[in-house]
Design a protein around this ligand. Structure first.
Ligand code: SF4
Length: 512
């Protein structure tokens, strides 16, 4: 990513502070939980109705795996076809290169106004900021993105960028912009946004979009949207620029059918997104609409570094549906801004450190997970995100990037668990060390580094006798009584769950 040093610093260093702020923001938590619940429920319903969901997931996984394993082939095929259809293709290794390429196109067209469709890749390269610095106005035309642009915020969800805002907040934003008061009603607010945006579509020098999927066999750029702004942006301005991640390809239209089914159902619980557009080259002679020029910027920005990696290559299978965000207990509590990166939720926690190749700051995101595996379950292309998060943590440890106190603690554990005497001494002394902090059998406020644990739950008191102590005591008692069984039960006594061990076989128990 073309994030500056300060942005990288913010990701890890500010994570704790942002988390604390989000956790005390009841409105945010309720808003995010409400919408993600709706999306989750809709997805379950629609996948249930669809049937054979697991087969579709497996097919989707195979398609994405095949493309990523043969990315050089499909990228060549796709871009050759885009060129044959009259498009101009640029390969950019970094975000800065992509920005530079866009600026050169904008300069040639003497562009003053850019109308943008939804594009996470343009967020990734911070294109709006660069355009602003050059005095080029960029207008977000996706409703959620438009709201956030007016509020000077970044998206907090891949699909629903303004997930953390309610109607009243949106009405306030629009009222301030328009200088008149709007009622917090969907129809009123949508009408205002439509009126405002219509002129931008007509006046824009360049329309900019992302690309959901490029179809290699034809060079078609596929865009899905629920608002129709994508069609305006790609047909009304005379120049259309597409910024796409290099891995967003499918080989054929048959494969496209599979991934579109997976995407719409997993993202919003729809059978199909309202508008699915396929753009193959600029306007041809005799056609009534479409741009005069089509430019395709293919962005690497850390993606190719994952190719061939036995653990992380699969992250390139992602189709950006956000299903993993909707089920993640961490995301649902803190929302997207807490992550401090363009990509949030489980996929963001994996993707950001890998794309930025920055384990120190961005690598902190690997800890923003409970490792429950819900993301993997929800992922329509079965990316094992929870395993990757563990592997990222391991990488951080191997690079010596964990705090000194943490390293010292684990070193101590290692020594203790590797020596029986030390282990016994430590487990015995733990009881006495905990005792001063115990009230009614639990520790409600732990001291030092353990304080974080008891902020939201109690820590149970360790029993005075360890299991080993109790086991030894039991063995001695049995010996004194004159006999023992392998199960630790005296001859003639019942073994729980096994019936009576008296040789009678009653209760179905195994005989000693
Ligand atoms: S990782 Fe899977 S669930 Fe998450 S956005 Fe990507 S495709 Fe969707």
């Amino acid at each position: 990513m073309s994030g500056t040093a300060s942005e990288k610093e913010l990701i890890g260093t500010g994570l704790k502070k942002r988390t604390e702020e989000a956790l005390t923001n009841d409105f945010l938590r309720k808003a995010v939980a409400f919408t993600t619940d709706k999306l989750k429920t809709a997805k379950l319903q629609v996948t249930d109705d669809f049937g054979h969901w697991e087969d579709w997931r497996e097919r989707g996984r195979q398609i994405r795996k095949h493309v990523v394993e043969h990315l050089d082939y499909y990228l060549t095929q796709f871009t050759d076809n885009v060129s044959k259809a009259g498009g101009h293709v640029y390969f950019c290794q970094t975000g800065d290169e992509a920005v530079k390429t866009f600026m050169e196109i904008a300069e040639k067209r003497r562009a003053k106004l850019v109308a943008k469709g939804k594009s996470m890749v343009s967020e990734e390269i911070h294109l709006n900021r660069h355009l602003e610095e050059r005095g080029i106005e960029a207008i977000e035309t996706d409703l959620g993105e438009y709201i956030l642009q007016l509020a000077k915020e970044t998206p907090s969800h891949l699909i629903i960028p303004a997930i953390h805002k309610n109607k009243q907040q949106i009405a306030d934003i629009f009222s301030e912009e328009a200088g008149e008061t709007f009622a917090p009603e969907t129809k009123v607010l949508a009408k205002y946004a439509k009126q405002r945006l219509r002129n931008y579509f007509l006046e824009a020098d360049i329309g900019l979009t992302g690309c959901n999927f490029g179809v290699a066999e034809s060079g078609a750029i596929t865009l899905v949207s629920n608002e129709g702004n994508g069609r305006m942006v790609t047909t009304l301005p005379k120049c259309h620029v597409v910024v796409m991640g290099m891995e967003r390809l499918v080989p054929t239209y048959d494969d496209l059918e599979v991934v579109l089914n997976l995407l719409a159902r997993s993202a919003t619980g729809q059978k199909l997104t309202t508008y699915t557009s396929m753009i193959t080259g600029p306007r041809r002679e005799g056609e009534l609409d479409g741009p005069e020029e089509l430019h395709l910027i293919v962005l690497d920005n850390g993606r190719s570094a994952q190719l061939g990696d036995p653990v992380f290559q699969e992250v390139l299978h992602c189709i950006r549906c956000a299903a993993c965000l909707n089920v993640c207990p961490v995301y649902r509590h803190v929302g997207g801004h807490t992550y401090g990166s363009v990509y949030s939720g489980p996929i963001g926690a994996v993707l950001t450190p890998l794309l930025q190749q920055d384990m120190k700051e961005a690598g902190q995101l690997a800890y923003a997970s409970s490792l429950c595996g819900a993301c993997h379950e929800a992922c329509p292309v079965k990316i094992p995100l929870h395993d990757m998060l563990v592997q990222l943590r391991a990488r951080k440890v191997r690079l010596g990037l964990t705090p000194l106190a943490e390293r010292a603690a684990f070193k101590t554990f290692q020594t203790m668990f590797g020596n029986v005497t030390l282990y016994k001494m430590a487990t015995k002394s733990a009881y006495y060390m905990m005792k001063p902090f115990v009230s009614k059998g639990v520790i409600k406020k732990a001291p030092g580094p353990a304080a974080g644990w008891t902020q939201s739950r109690h820590f149970p008191m360790k029993p005075k006798l360890s299991f080993r102590d109790r086991w030894d005591t039991l063995q001695q008692e049995l010996k004194q009584r004159g006999g023992r069984s392998e199960d630790g039960a005296a001859r003639g006594q019942a073994v729980p769950g096994r019936g009576k061990a008296d040789g009678s076989g009653k209760g179905g128990g195994r005989h000693e």
